[in-house]
Write a protein that binds this ligand. Sequence first.
Ligand SMILES: Cc1cc2nc3c(=O)[nH]c(=O)nc-3n(C[C@H](O)[C@H](O)[C@H](O)COP(=O)(O)O)c2cc1C
Length: 342
Amino acid sequence: MSINSLNEKLGLKPIYIGDIELKGRVYIPPMAGFTDLPYRMVAREFDPDVLMSTEMLSSRAMIYSDIYKSPSDPSKMDIPEGESLTGVQLFGHEPELMALAAKMATDAGARFIDINMGCPVPKIVNGKDGAALMKEPELACEIVKAVISSTHLPVTVKTRLGWCYGSLNARDLAFKFQDLGVAALTLHGRTRSQKYEGEAQWELIGEAIAGLDIPVFANGDIKTLEDVKEILETTGASGVAIARGTMGRPWFSKQVNHYLETGEVLPEPSHAERLELSLRHCKLMVDYRGEKSGTKEIRKHIVKYTQGIPNSSEMRAKLSTLNSYAEAEDMINLLKESLISK
Ligand SMILES: Cc1cc2nc3c(=O)[nH]c(=O)nc-3n(C[C@H](O)[C@H](O)[C@H](O)COP(=O)(O)O)c2cc1C
């Protein structure tokens, strides 16, 4: 370990999530519409140590819908063979269905099962799922118990500070979950009522997790290496969960882990490298979803990759018409040439 190691200065011990020993401290948590297989493949190319999760999957759909019916077809969960640090996130409020879904995810190669108790979207909470479970602690515990008893994998929970500022019960739930055998917690420093507004309250994460033994990934608004240092210092968490901060920046987790280990700041990729990366992501997306759907799906990612690159706004304006990989290649190459000719 380097003498400048922040891990050492902050007194951070290795993270164990059940039997998973992490070499890093970064978790890319689920992001519906983002953390699909291509996203995770690009992130994995940069960082062999980053922990990741699928997008949230509906336990109900897994049991009742045809697309998930065949446990012999693990590709539906999108866990590549040999991948050992990717979990499946499940949402739902029926303990039996959550348990069955966890079993399916286990058979499909998940390395851990994460339970969603943080999603604030009306469609989800109105169905009593996601953050709505914070209002029903007994049911939340029933779900945890059912999932744990259905799998040999570590089970983790991702949640928020509480439903609203009047009911900050993350601490109470965290200790209950720990007693039930939950292996790690991801805590987003906002309430459900805040959704994604305002600022994440890192000090409230610290208050909620003080004295907890299981690893906690502190989450919310981490965008820079300074943020990483500050959130770890403020909360006493063992790791960081970085969601939006990895959009169009799949190298960020590597930078974070390297910084924590050595105190050194790895350079940002050049503009040209970022453009090449966006094209690589596009290729993976097209291979995965087919040309039509893949090029539609990649647009939001290209927007992220090209932010801050000179002359890129004009290209972003044209993205809505992107329909083929060849067009993406032309657009990106044109932008690359404009960088050279500057
Ligand atoms: C587009 C988007 C989709 C998300 N989908 C999920 C999800 O499927 N499950 C979940 O637990 N959280 C989800 N989240 C929440 C993130 O995992 C994370 O908790 C939140 O964005 C705060 O972290 P950040 O500031 O690093 O982005 C999503 C967030 C975004 C922006």
